[in-house]
Design a protein around this ligand. Structure first.
Ligand SMILES: C[S@@+](CC[C@H](N)C(=O)[O-])C[C@H]1O[C@@H](n2cnc3c(N)ncnc32)[C@H](O)[C@@H]1O
Length: 253
């Protein structure tokens, strides 16, 4: 048995290995309904968040030679937002995920007319052990995936390993907002969203896990400290939509 999970803790996970397997199974299971549920549950605000994140990194994305990696790409929407900023003929964007069924859906999107002239290489692999050489990436993004890693520190170190010095990292993920708005939103997120998710997907576990995983995820100040302890500098967090979500940014020293 490996160490207890120091990251995501889906139901039934006793250690990092079983946590990782449970997450993979869960996303393979919900892949057919994932996009629909995402858009319904976020009232389409997710599109704004992906686009805002991509725009933040536009100066890197517009460089044709920049090597860009979207970790935990899922069904590919963050990757598509990145592609909008890539010039024709640029280096392919690398899109990595370990859930086969999610990646298959992403590949369909990558071969659609919307992406013509913009290359993507889909990689089916674990974000904690990426088949990518040391110091080879100029920009890593990851949207709503980092929170699901079985070990957050190991995830940051693995991303740091593959990045070039001076490369940038963007982690877009949920947050628990505070104040009165936070109380109302957190009620929706913990009590109403899981019911809608269950009704639409036919499965209760993934949408019960979602608020649990956000509650368990490090708060911004902890995340920023962890990023710095893993070798990143200039770590910042920008809240999106009243702090429901937010973008962590950092640079490899
Ligand atoms: C909530 S989805 C996000 C997908 C996409 N980035 C988006 O914004 O819609 C999380 C994704 O992270 C992937 N994931 C979680 N842990 C992973 C790991 N250790 N290695 C690779 N992919 C992982 C899951 O398979 C899933 O597709």
């Amino acid at each position: 048995m490996t160490a207890p999970a120091s990251g995501a803790e889906p139901p039934g996970a006793a250690d990092e290995h079983s946590a990782s397997q449970a997450v993979q199974c869960m996303f393979d299971g919900i892949a057919p309904r994932y996009d629909l549920l995402n858009h319904v549950l976020s009232a389409n605000v997710d599109r704004i968040w992906w686009r805002r994140t991509a725009s933040t990194f536009a100066p890197i994305l517009k460089k044709p030679q920049a090597v860009v990696l979207d970790v935990c790409c899922g069904t590919g929407d963050m990757t598509l937002a990145l592609l909008r900023h890539r010039p024709a003929g640029a280096e392919p964007v690398l899109a990595l995920d370990f859930a086969h069924a999610m990646l298959e859906r992403a590949k369909e999107k990558f071969s659609s007319p919307e992406c013509s002239g913009k290359a993507v290489v889909a990689i089916e692999a674990d974000a904690l052990h990426m088949p990518i050489p040391d110091g080879s990436i100029d920009l890593i993004t990851t949207a709503f995936g980092f929170r699901n890693l079985a070990n957050y520190e190991a995830g940051l170190k693995e991303m740091h390993r593959v990045m070039l010095p001076g490369a940038e990292l963007g982690i877009l993920d949920f947050n628990e907002p505070g104040g009165l708005f936070g109380k109302v939103y957190n009620f929706y997120f913990r009590h109403i969203l899981p019911r809608i998710g269950k009704a639409l997907s036919g499965s209760s576990a993934p949408y019960a896990y979602l608020p649990h995983s956000v509650h368990r995820f490090p708060k911004p100040e902890e995340m920023l400290a962890m990023m710095c302890s893993c070798g990143f500098i200039q770590a910042t967090w920008t809240p999106y939509t009243f702090g429901i979500a937010g973008l962590y940014r950092a640079v490899k020293a």
